[in-house]
Structure formats: structure tokens, C-alpha cells
Write a protein that binds this ligand. Sequence first.
Ligand SMILES: [Zn+2]
Length: 308
Amino acid sequence: MEGPQVKALADRLAEFILGRRIDRIDVPADRWQANVLLKHCSGRNIKSITSRGRWLIWDFSHGISWVCFPLRQWRWSMALNQNHQAEIRPLSKTVGRRPLLKLTFANQDVLTLSGRPIFLVLMTDAVARHPSLHNLGPDILDPSLTVLQWAQRVRSAGAKNICHALMNPAIACGIGNELKCETLFAARLHPATPISSLPTEDLERCLHTARELALAAYRRAMGSPFPMHDHPRVYDRAGEPCDICTAPIEADHSGHDGHWSWYCPTCQARAEEMTLFSKLPFSQRDWRLEQGNTGARPISGPRPPAAH
Ligand SMILES: [Zn+2]
């Protein structure tokens, strides 16, 4: 689940429970956080539910916050008056059934969280100082962040290539690996494209594309029909034909960002790179890299895992 989906989750949860008081909190007895949750938040009102990047943040009326991060899959579901089940989008079908947390409200509505997220209980005024959050840049869906400002943050942060620029949450948070791959495909950029070789207008076009795709993902997660593609064009599709040119999609670590990058080698062919004295085609540079065994070659063989 990436930033736009977490934002949609926060908005959907707020529809159901914002301002309401939690009467009872049940957690498995063998989970360490049971006593903390019961002690601090039972009988309290939910003041706000927001997101920052992939973090979901609950603020309570007594100055305590829950800060959650979806490590893998999680599921939130709401039983309204015990006779109508309402799933909170976006759904996951792969999460286990064992609940991590069950919240009961005054009218017997029950909200259940299943899965294994990071789940922190913090003083609200300490949330922004937490090591995982205090270095986060603005959210990609924050309307006050302009594409021009975003491009300036990329350049001032010294991002090495376009993958680093998109995946560094200190520049702008909310982009996960799927959104990165889909953005680069839509912008026709190779994952290893150096920022130094990108004209400002191309960088801004890429960031604009990332925001458009993030907005589409948010709308889909909110349940709105949206005319853009709702399936990945390249992400986790190694070996399958490209929708545009039918070339097999490749996956490798050429973005050097610690994640797999899926891309079409034809639609996202490497551009020329400026060297100190002249232009050196990427194809020649590839040859040198491969001789040096840097691991930059596209892989073949087993399908790589869906890295996040
Ligand atoms: Zn293609």
C-alpha cells in the first residue's frame, strides 16, 4: 500500500469514526501493546485521522496518537451494529484473519484491524519528532507542493538518478516502488536516468506524471471510477509483453535504489549521458559497466519478487 492508498484509507476511516468515542479496545493477550492501548485510549474520542506518506496517524482527544505503517498487507473492516459489514478500502485479500486490534464504539459498531503493521503509541506532540517521520518531505498529494518546488528539492538533495529522486521520502513522501515504476513508464524514462542529464522541463514532466498517477490511485482507492489504467503497465510484470511495443518487460536493479525496477527496454530506452568532455551513448557505457561486473545488467530467469 502506497501513500495515495493510505491517504484514501485515512479519509474512509474518518467518514466512519471521526469524533467518536471508543468504548472498548480488544487486542490479543500475547501482544505487547495490549496494556498500552487499553490504558490510554479506551473511553477517548478520535480527534483526527490523517496520513503522511505511507504513515497512518490517529490523534486522540487526550494527546495520544497511534502511528501505523503497513509493512505488508493489512485490512480494516467495520461491522455496523453487528449486522452490516463494511470493508474499508483499499482491501487486501491476502491478510490473515487474526485481528490485531478490535475497537468497539458506543452503539456496538466494531472496527477491526488485521495484519502486521508497525504500530506505535506516541504523545501527539512527539509524533513529528519521531525518527521515522521527522525527515519526511511534503506529501506528493499536498496541494501546496508545486511541481516546480518538488524539482528544486530533487536538485538540492543531490539525487543521483530519477529512481532516487522519486523514492527518497525526504524529498517528497508517498511514492512506493509500484508508483515509481509506473511513473517512469508513463514518462518514458529509464530507471537509471541521471538527474544531471535531465532537462528541467523533463524532470518537471516526470514529477507531474507521478502526481497524476498518485491522484488516480487515490481516487480508485476511494471507489471512484477513473478512466486511467487500473492495472500495472510494467510493475511486477517481468517477461510479459509491453502494452505499447510488445517487447518483454525487464526487471533489474539499475535504479540502484535498493528496489527492483520494472521497465520496458524499448519504450524506456536509455538516453545519452553527458560526460566531462563529450556525449557518451548509454549503450557504450553499459558495455563498460558490464565488463566491470557492477550488476547493472538486466536479469533473466526467475521472476523477481515484488519489492516495496
Ligand atoms: Zn514498450
